[in-house]
Design a protein around this ligand. Sequence first.
Ligand code: 3H9
Length: 678
Amino acid sequence: MTSPIRTERHDNVLVVISDNPPVNALGQAVRAGLKDAIEEAMSDDAIEAVVIRCDGRTFFAGADITEFGKPPVGPNLPETLDAMEASDKPVVAAIHGTALGGGCEVALACHYRVAVPSAKLGLPEVKLGLIPGAAGTQRLPRLVGAEAALPLVVGGNPISARKAQGIGLVDEIVGEDSLEADAIAFAKSKIGQPVPRASEGTANGDGVRDPDLFDRFRASQARKIRGFDAPNAAIEAVKAAGTMSYAEGVKKERELFTELMSGTQSAAMRHYFFAERAANKIDDVPKDTPLIPIKKVGVIGAGTMGGGISMNFLSAGIPVTILEMSQDALDRGTGTMRKNYENTAKKGRMTADQVEQAMGLLTPTLSYDDLADCDLVIEAVYESMDVKKEVFGKLDEVVKQGAILASNTSYLDVNEIAAATQRPGYVVGMHFFSPANIMKLLEVVRGEKTRDDVLATVMKLSKTIGKVAAVSGVCPGFIGNRMLSKRQEQANALIMEGANYWEVDEVLLDFGFPMGPFQMGDLAGIDIGWHRDPSKVTTVREALCAVGRFGQKAGKGFYDYDEARQRTPSDEVKQIIADFAAKEGKEQREILKDEIRERLLYPMVNEGAKILEEGMAQRASDIDVVWINGYGWPLYTGGPMFWAQTIGLDKVVEGLEKHDLPVSNYLRERSAGSGKFD
Ligand code: 3H9
């Protein structure tokens, strides 16, 4: 087998080049090749400096994740990097693309780093439930200081080459198109000078002088890192860089890394990494399916949903024509969009120019005719089949042939909507989640007649607008809301049987959800879909609406809210629920947290199994992607289906039986078989 590493000589500089598509992951062959190349440079007197660079789209994007969990084959990355750093001839990393994880650690082990302006550097290991494991947590703080290292190691988000230069991680920004030549020139300029080694740096002194730095940082991240193991380990490792010798610090890092690697959180998060990428692929749609160019988008409805959907495209530089029924509604909608952008700018995440650029791409209209030349039109109107059919009938008349017509419906039959047009092949569901400019999930609903090119285009487009897409077949509520309804059924039943509604919420908070079902109801508005007749009360929700408890927006729903939106359980609501339970003759009993958790979550897994059995989801991991991105299922459990496998499908079946809840044949089969869904 030919090595992915080759060397080229440029006078007295050895250029070491990796060619390991797609992302130059640091698999065994790459590590071995790098180690050999360094030995070649060391043993050749004619070579006085080394440049390391990569072919293809990026510098090393990290360790090869597919090797994790398999028996290790040497050389390992830490020893390869130690050999690199030990060189007394200057070694220069020449960075383009994304130097991530182990890739960033390669750069740290080099004596110098040069990068093109578009390059990014980062240590995203926490996103895989890990910390850097090739001395990244020890070299980085010594090079840039603990304060600058913490956000990189703990947050895991990459930074631009310029920012990296600002903190001392990059030595020089070089020409976008002259990386190799500039890196060679840079390397030559360092020949004869003592080499600076990150492991011998002293910038980590800031964490020694100000040891509270670490607690302050932890407190500032509390909400983001709740429940995750890796960020705390990352803080500990960076702290160790200030309190221990380099060798002890590396040992500490290794211990923390090994413990995380063998834990369930990292397994779950690595599962998610591949799940997200798999979800974007549709098994029976050929890879080379031609795409429909999307140069202009139409959005029908300028309400919360339509406005949020439009912002995705505007932010990606795609012009949007937005349609409403009245000038008032149009002005209100576009006004809200501008305000949202301006708020983002106030937080420093956008410039004033970018706000104007985005808003400049928006064309408000009251006329369907203005949608005629759109390549994609997304309808975000009221959830009523009659209304949707009317809208699609009109679209079919005015919009050019070959354009995609999408519905943002969250549960209606997309096939029936498609049948209202003469071109059902061009109709697809694009279910965004509120707030649509922020929530990551896009549930793509594949109708019976939806064409391959329409699907392929929408999946590609989802990436362009920064969404994570998963495909669902047509069934009520699709993947996400169909499973949610099973959880809500149990939540409602539990409070009738004696569980306090705030306990139900707490169980899900403890599990790792950002909120429970009753908090979610308050946030969304309890009056959604309410018939508005206070004298007609048949459910707890209707009873709450009848007394004006519409949710957070009214200052009261299931909970009472103060001005800071802090919630407290309400005696009034407790009484309403008790009265209801008495009226229905429901016996009250104490319900333990375990039962609450099992009854909320196991029926979702069961419904997920049915969704798989019916072919409504392509794979179990797609269901995980939907729940993690659309409903706040904790990432560190890997999503409902992966979690169920982790705790054991047999345990889920047993739990459902114990609580007298239905068990699908498919779940029984998988439980009795491999214990796995995919
Ligand atoms: C680490 O480094 C640990 C060390 O500290 C310690 C070691 C001792 N390995 O995302 P894309 C595949 S942990 C294997 O669609 P993009 C990916 O599955 C690692 N495979 O492209 C996909 O395959 P397929 C730290 C990988 O342009 C294909 O490449 N590093 C790896 O949208 C294309 O990927 C990270 O966590 C990998 N490391 O984004 C970085 N990376 O085509 C992880 C990708 O079959 N990677 N693949 O579906 C990324 O963030 C993105 O892939 C990247 C490119 C930004 C690089």
